[in-house]
Design a protein around this ligand. Structure first.
Ligand code: HEM
Ligand code: HEM
Length: 144
């Protein structure tokens, strides 16, 4: 159940995140004023990713993979690339990515100019997106 919410919420996270990045790049290139709308888009992406973090933690401890880790041990998890991806790489890189989004959001608020604000969002959210995409269990997602 939590797994299902996590895998559907993933679409929302990815769509809003991509939208926020594209919006920041457009704002940067067109030298627009960083408006209330731009703050909202960045904030929605932050909130969506924080919610995914919480759902992810619940999914983690409720998953069969977690039981396997408890019974087989961490050594077996590290040796098996599927288990390692779900139990180690995906969560760890996900947490790092969401941390970058949070730092980017915090930093953009303190920047004085619109250009700097757009740039901060584009860079931090952009790196976060690449990290997230690199560690999604794609084959499992599309076979659900
Ligand atoms: C494991 C759970 C979570 C952790 C560890 C976490 C962590 C954080 C951290 C470190 C900040 C930055 C504070 C700052 O320096 O400005 C933050 C901000 C924020 N988080 Fe979370 N969060 C979590 C869950 C959530 C959830 C579930 C929501 C929404 C439903 C949420 C919404 C927000 C919002 C709106 C901000 C403030 C952005 C701002 O205006 O600065 N977070 N969170
Ligand atoms: C950064 C944003 C994240 C995105 C976009 C994301 C997306 C996904 C997707 C698409 C799947 C595959 C779902 C399926 O097989 O149907 C998945 C699985 C999973 N994710 Fe995430 N995730 C994120 C962060 C996290 C975090 C931070 C954690 C843990 C703290 C986590 C824990 C898990 C677990 C445990 C599974 C496997 C669930 C199972 O098969 O039982 N995810 N995630």
């Amino acid at each position: 159940m939590t797994k299902m919410i996590h895998s559907y919420w993933a679409y929302i996270v990815l769509i809003i995140l991509i939208f926020a990045i594209v919006n920041a790049i457009i704002g940067l290139n067109s030298k627009k004023e960083f408006a209330a709308k731009d703050l909202k888009i960045s904030l929605f992406a932050l909130i969506a990713s924080h919610i995914q973090l919480v759902i992810g933690f619940i999914a983690y401890y409720m998953s069969d993979f977690y039981l396997t880790m408890r019974s087989a041990g961490m050594g077996e998890v590290m040796k098996n690339s599927d288990l390692r991806k779900i139990l180690v790489e995906h969560p760890l890189v996900g947490i790092i990515a969401i941390t970058l989004i949070t730092i980017g959001f915090s930093k953009h608020k303190k920047k004085a100019t619109s250009t700097e604000k757009f740039k901060t969002i584009a860079v931090f959210y952009g790196i976060a997106l690449i990290l997230i995409l690199s560690r999604i269990p794609w084959s499992q997602w599309f076979s659900m």
